[in-house]
Design a protein around this ligand. Sequence first.
Ligand SMILES: [Zn+2]
Length: 252
Amino acid sequence: MATVCLTFDVDAEAGLAARLDDHRDRLSTLSEREFSVRRGVPRILELLGEHGMRGTFYVPGATAQRHPEAIRAIVDAGHEVGHHGHHHLASHTIDAAQQAAEIDDALTALRPFAGDAIGYRSPAWELTPQTAELLVARGFAFDSSLMADDRPYWLTVGDARLLELPIHWSLDDYVWFGWGEAARPTATSAWLEAWTDELASADRDRRPSTLTFHPEIIGRGYRAVGLERLLKHLAYTGADVLTHAELAARAT
Ligand SMILES: [Zn+2]
């Protein structure tokens, strides 16, 4: 019986500011991200609710400020909210003071929804030694941005340590379906075959898996059908679906 964590990064428009100086004028680009909270999140909440499964939603502070009703719906449905930066700035592109501001500003923005958020996922999965030190200093219980193992492990941070709930690019829907100039649509069947094989491997190893989704990607109609198939597979195989906080509690 596999143990699985379903995680959803609700970047919405927050991820654009760092990459597009003119993003405020690019309505098409912004609108693709707005789909995340307008259609993606409601579809995901409906599917998770139908299967009685809880997920972990990593939310940038700026997204929580821009779309409080969407984040409130996530909390009201019983899911976990984790920290995903404030403006979704990749840690390796900003200095230590800016990294601290990214963490602290989002803690303030997320507090009404998450209390003192205990889990962190670095925007663009780029964690620096300074980020790790800032997380330890602020009492975060775990991080989910690294990939040295496919089992939970401890990251040494000075004299302290931080629990890592590892991820991988191949287990991120963006890699399969993300849209760009060179991108081509991926068949949902190919993605499902790969991920169910990963779940079989995890079951064989008796290790938990973390799967990563983005609502604007997996929340598109035909892909949501694929997500439903995946959830049915988890239900049929008796998978233990946990939030990251629940998995962290078991690992400590
Ligand atoms: Zn993100």
